[in-house]
Design a protein around this ligand. Structure first.
Ligand code: G3P
Length: 215
């Protein structure tokens, strides 16, 4: 499973990219707005930091508008992926853009049927929002597993981006459920690096060393 970071914060992307574990970046309008910076400037900066798929989302809700914005986003850099919400208009836009070899990421997916529709329309990626499903009392990780089974059963080339990841367990659970990619917020990366036994182990090793060899 590949790891993406789910943010538009350039400093955070730089920090995680330096670890050599990052394959791509996803953004959404909320994350771009949080940075308060021009969309195209931020996206262009991200392309300098990560050589992998970078999702930028359309704002339009009509198919024609989404296609127009999608072409614009794709023109920023060859690594750009156009993120499109899971609506009938969105599927229409995905269908048009995929015929132009523009990569798409269908977002706000909350059911296996939605994921199947997106895949049939030609989506490169589908993004089930597992944290938001858990919040609503459903099983987000199970949805990832269901989508993976459908994609494999029908030989559909669409890849799953496990999104709306809220805690470290969601990362391993997504991998076990067969997500091709997990897109992880910076704060969750920070939590997932740590384990109290790792910290205790380092401390004990250093103490033992110092007791014999000095500082
Ligand atoms: O990638 C989707 C993600 O940005 C949504 O996360 O935490 O707002 O549900 P969240």
């Amino acid at each position: 499973m590949k790891l993406y970071i789910d943010t538009a914060n350039v400093a955070h992307i730089k920090e995680i990219a330096a670890l050599g574990i990052l394959s791509g970046v996803t953004t959404n309008p909320t994350l771009i707005a949080k940075e308060g910076r021009d969309f195209k400037t931020v996206i262009a900066e991200i392309t300098e930091l990560v050589d992998g798929p970078i999702s930028g989302e359309v704002i339009a809700l009509d198919a024609e508008g989404m296609v127009r914005e999608g072409r614009d986003i794709a023109a920023i850099h060859p690594n750009l992926v156009v993120k499109i919400p899971m609506t009938p208009a969105g599927l229409q836009a995905v269908h048009v853009l995929s015929q132009e070899n523009i990569k798409t990421n269908v977002t706000l997916v909350f059911s296996a049927s939605q994921a199947l529709f997106a895949a049939k329309a030609g989506a490169t990626y589908v993004s089930p929002f597992i944290g938001r499903l858990d919040d609503a009392g459903q099983d987000g990780v199970q949805l990832v597993a269901d989508i993976r089974m459908i994609l494999d059963q029908y030989d559909l080339p669409t890849e799953i981006i496990s999104a709306s990841i809220r805690h470290p367990q969601h990362i391993a659970q997504s991998a076990l459920a067969g997500a091709h990619i997990a897109t992880i917020p910076y704060a969750v990366f920070q939590k997932a690096f740590k384990h109290p036994l790792t910290d205790q182990g380092i401390e004990a090793f250093l103490t033992d060393w110092k007791n014999v060899f000095g500082a």
